[in-house]
Ligand binder design. Sequence first.
Ligand code: SF4
Length: 364
Amino acid sequence: MGQFQKRLIDWYDKNARVLPWRSSASPYQVLVSEFMLQQTQVDTVLPYYERFLEVFPNLEVLAAADEQEVLKLWEGLGYYRRALNLHRSARKVVECFDGKLPSNRDDLLKLPGVGPYTAAAIASIAFGEAVAAVDGNIRRVYARLFAVEGALGEKDTETKLQSLAADSLLRERPGDYNQALMDLGATVCLPRKPMCDSCPLFEVCLAFQKGLVAALPRRKPKPKVPHLTIVAAVIKDGEKVLIAQRAKGDLLGGMWEFPGGTLEKSDTSKQAGLKREIMEELGVMIDVGEPFGVYKHAYTHYKITLHAFLARLKAGESLDKPHGEPECQTYRWVKPGVLKDFPMGKVDRIISEKLIVRKSTNTQ
Ligand code: SF4
């Protein structure tokens, strides 16, 4: 064992974070945790992980579950494609791997939503395969430890970081070693203000020796994040309100929403854009009423400002007899009280709650 690996693993043995998917966790628990941890911090994941395991304690139960139930439990954690992929992975394991999670990186890569990092993390942590897991945190740690000056995301830099990780792997304890790097990146070698004074590796860290800690890792300039204006209709019919299910494969695919879409340059007003969107999506004409709030939200690659409006179907219009061929085939008229049973993204959930509050205020 080299000096660098020894320092790191000794530090991990004393300082490892206590997490429910560690120590005696089953491969299934490691799988769930790795899906949840993609793009999301440990503290946020913890309550979702506990709830998920209570409802879906093993792979068979998850595979047999209804997709809507899985999405509902995931609601609030974001990046909903992860939930769909985890569910599909469970089904694939049951169908193609006799219900046993594959124990090596190459077979794990055959599961939906499992990329090189997740496959290596599961293979090393759950099965002890000697493969290096390299995510954003670990790339930052290696870039600093070895003073890699190329920008993250550039091909040469990524190849170099991957080969440094593979060469440095502690083959006797690959799972612990990968987790030691994860913990170091999450608690000591932080993106802004790394805590070099308390780092077990500062004596061997090239960025520290060369005074490059603040400069590394270098990053490519970020492209400007587009900002979209969205319009959505809260279409009412008596006590009921209309919700539509987003198409599979879309962002938030399988979730429910108040129908609408992106305002286009050719739309003469938000109301006109909303009428156009509803015609395209549901094949019906609407009367647009008063505004129902303005909501802002940021996704990974863009931001939105959503303008909601109360609306009604125009007299004589029916969703059962749409004009043309509407994009959305799945919709429901529901009372506000049951909206909580339908998985929704953050903005649609806020609108739902506002509807419920408004109804209870009106009935008091
Ligand atoms: Fe990161 Fe500082 Fe430790 Fe180097 S010495 S690995 S920069 S925390």
